[in-house]
Structure formats: structure tokens, C-alpha cells
Design a protein around this ligand. Structure first.
Ligand SMILES: *Cc1c(COP(=O)(O)O)cnc(C)c1O
Length: 397
């Protein structure tokens, strides 16, 4: 008789043979610009903790105080007995920060995309997605009964062609939902959200932006991509984001109209059927918003470090691709070279992971770095030295 679970080992070994398996590194202690990974002291260049808020005393103290006052867990899902005053306060604070009518917090950003997208568009509708959107959007779209199509990456002209063609469809689509990442995490480039919003308005389509890498980074005081482009709130119907990146904690959210939040709350199965955040998470997120509102220096430092590092990398002779954000890819080419590069950097005390095929094209392998507001000039200079040394060793510069 055949072993019913033999595929587990077989498929895993096939990944190992192709070097496509994840070999997890262990972070020993806090995620900081200088930290310890697998027993080695390194400069951290691949965390999403853009503003170092996970280590901010206000944020940490808020979490500790909430455990004391509200306990370790919430006891339930939000719609039953797990809707705490802290969750409501977080949503009010977030909506005020973003300048929208209402916000809804999900357990994670992934849960927001997977829970809401299939409800916004269903049978008889059409979802039009940027071809390089994040995996959580792809899964949200797969859960939907809507028809789906993609437009070329960041190409609003192609988007308009797709929408024009969609208007010929019989029977007509009930609704059309356009979805895009705000900042794309492989290249650090930005969606032309202003163009997308005006094309959408012309065709009467909804716009949904996933601002996971834009909030805390772009716009006035880190208010995100809608603020960056100075768009009117009613031209982008859903702003989705995460507390797990620049906010330094964990959790997802959507922001927009009161109707959007009422709808999302009643329809998203991930929201209705999964336990709510522990009090410490909600309180830490509130404190992170507080810090963003009162200490503008963190976002400024992030951008200053980004300009300094990107220029330093380019001066060495590396190509940083299309990056216009604190995500700075260093283009290497072949996967094997990118892997060797990352390993060599680690030995030199710099932690930055390679992004290789199939996440990017065969010859598009890169080292992806993500800047942090709390990196010092000394950290950045040391990192740049390691890049230069490794680049020369491998004959890349
Ligand atoms: C990280 C990320 C998510 C998922 O957010 P989590 O809160 O970590 O689940 C969703 N979309 C994009 C574009 C992301 O980069």
C-alpha cells in the first residue's frame, strides 16, 4: 500500500534539490539596526521595521500596560465577546491619522485582503489587478467568484485599455474593482495611483490600494500613498495597510468611508471568524500612531538614510533598478551569484537576503535592502563597505 503522506518528503526534497526551500535564520533578540542573527552580530538591512517603532519606549510600555489592565488575550472574536475598548480606540485613532471617516482593524494585512476582496467583487463582477501584486491580494482574488484580469505593471495606459475592453462585455459587469500595491516590495517602485484613480473615475470603477509598504513611509508624516499624491479621499475607495511594517507591531486594516467599514465588518469572514488582537497589540498600535503624530523625525530620518544609502550603492557602481522608496534592491543577475553575495555580506556582518527566481525573473536576482530610520551613518558606511568589497570579489563592480 502506498504511504498517503510520502509526497510531503518527496516534494520538500524536490525544493531542496532546486535550492528553493527556505532556510530560516534565527534573530536572537530584538529587531534593531544592530542585532544578532544565528550567533553573528550584523547590521539589519532586511526588516520591515522602517521606523524602528518596535523598539520605541512608548510603544513597548503601552503593550506592557495593556497586559496589566486588559490581560494577555481578548477572549473571543470581535463580533461576539472580543470587541475591546482598545480595538475601538485604535480604529478611531487610525481613521483620524489617515484623515478618513472610518477604519477597520483585521488580525493581519493578509487577513484583510483575503477577507475583503472576495466580498467587494463576486459573481458578475470584474477584478483588474496589477500583474505584480502581492500574494495576499492574489489569494483574495482567488477566493472571489468575480472574473479577473491583469494589467501590465504600473501601466495606467494598459489599465485604461483593459477597462475600455471590459465595457464591451455582455452581460455588462455589475462592478469593476481595480487593485494595486502602493509600493511594490520587490523593486521599491510606486504605483501611479493618481493616474489609476483618474482612469478609474472615468470608467466608474472602484480603487483598492494595498499600502503595506507606504504607510509610515510615504506622504505627510507617513500617512501613506494617498497623502503622497494629495488625492481626494473619495477617489480611492479602499486604503488597506498593515501594522506589521512601519508601525512595528502586527495587524492589518482598511480605511475609507463609514459604509465601507460597516460592509467590511459584516462580510469579511477572516474578520468575523478569527480571534481579535490581544490587548497588547492594540495598545502598541495606538502608541505607534501617537509616535507618528508627535515625532516626525522618524520618517525624515528614514528618507535621509534612504537617499544616503541609495546614492552610496550607486556610487559603488551597482544598479538599484526602479527604486524610489526605502526598499533598495541591488541588482545582481543570476540567482547563484545573489545567494553567494548575501552569504558573503553576512560573513562581513551585513544581513540582507537575496530575492531569486521564481520570485523575480531568471536574470533579475537581487539583494533586497530595506532602510531603517535608526541606522546611523556609521552603520550605513560599514554596510556600503561590505557591498563594495563583495561586489569586487564577485567581479560585479
Ligand atoms: C506585508 C504585506 C502584506 C501582509 O501584511 P501582514 O500584515 O504582514 O499580513 C500585504 N500586502 C503587502 C503588499 C505586503 O507587503
Amino acid at each position: 500500500m502506498r504511504d498517503p503522506v510520502s509526497f510531503l518528503g518527496e516534494e520538500y526534497r524536490a525544493l531542496v534539490d532546486k535550492e528553493l526551500d527556505w532556510r530560516l535564520r534565527v534573530l536572537e533578540g530584538a529587531s534593531r539596526p544592530r542585532c544578532r542573527v544565528d550567533g553573528r552580530d550584523v547590521i539589519m538591512l532586511c526588516s520591515n521595521n522602517y521606523l524602528n517603532l518596535s523598539n520605541h519606549p512608548k510603544v513597548k510600555e503601552a503593550a506592557i500596560a495593556a497586559v496589566r489592565s486588559h490581560g494577555a488575550g481578548s477572549g473571543s472574536v470581535r463580533p461576539i465577546a472580543g470587541n475591546m475598548d482598545l480595538h475601538i480606540e485604535l480604529e478611531l485613532r487610525l481613521a483620524a491619522f489617515k484623515g478618513v471617516d472610518a477604519s477597520l482593524v483585521y488580525q493581519t494585512g493578509f487577513a484583510a485582503n483575503a477577507g475583503l476582496i472576495p466580498q467587494l467583487a463576486g459573481s458578475g463582477d470584474l477584478i483588474v489587478s496589477d500583474e505584480l501584486n502581492h500574494g495576499s491580494i492574489i489569494d483574495g482574488v482567488r477566493l472571489s467568484k468575480a472574473s479577473r484580469t491583469v494589467y501590465r505593471h504600473c501601466d495606467h495606459v494598459h489599465l485604461e485599455e483593459v477597462l475600455t475592453e471590459a465595457e464591451e462585455h455582455t452581460p455588462p459587469h455589475r462592478r469593476i474593482l481595480i487593485i494595486t500595491d502602493g509600493v511594490f516590495s520587490m523593486d521599491g517602485d510606486m504605483a501611479p495611483l493618481d493616474r489609476i484613480a483618474s482612469v478609474a473615475a472615468k470608467h466608474g470603477s472602484m480603487v483598492y490600494v494595498d499600502d503595506a509598504h507606504g504607510e509610515g513611509v510615504l506622504g505627510e508624516g507617513g500617512r501613506g500613498i494617498v497623502s503622497h499624491f494629495g488625492l481626494k479621499r473619495d477617489t480611492v475607495h479602499v486604503e488597506m495597510g498593515t501594522f506589521s511594517k512601519a508601525f512595528g507591531v502586527v495587524g492589518g486594516h482598511i480605511s475609507g468611508s463609514k459604509e465601507l467599514v460597516d460592509f467590511a465588518l459584516n462580510m469579511s469572514r477572516t474578520w468575523l471568524l478569527s480571534g481579535s488582537h490581544p490587548p497588547a497589540v492594540a495598545a502598541a498600535c495606538i502608541a505607534a500612531i501617537d509616535v507618528l503624530e508627535t515625532e516626525p523625525e522618524h520618517v525624515k530620518d528614514l528618507w535621509r538614510n534612504t537617499e544616503y544609502f541609495r546614492k552610496g550603492i550607486q556610487d559603488i557602481g551597482f544598479d538599484t533598478g526602479k527604486s524610489v522608496t526605502p526598499i533598495v534592491p541591488i541588482m545582481i543577475g543570476r540567482s547563484a551569484a545573489a545567494k553567494t553575495f548575501s552569504q558573503r555580506l553576512y560573513e562581513l556582518g551585513v544581513f540582507a537576503l537575496p530575492i531569486v527566481f521564481p520570485m523575480v525573473s531568471q536574470d533579475g536576482a537581487r539583494i533586497r535592502t530595506i532602510m531603517n530610520a535608526a541606522l546611523t551613518d556609521e552603520d550605513l558606511d560599514e554596510a556600503l563597505c561590505a557591498f563594495e568589497k563583495t561586489g569586487k570579489e564577485l567581479d560585479l563592480v
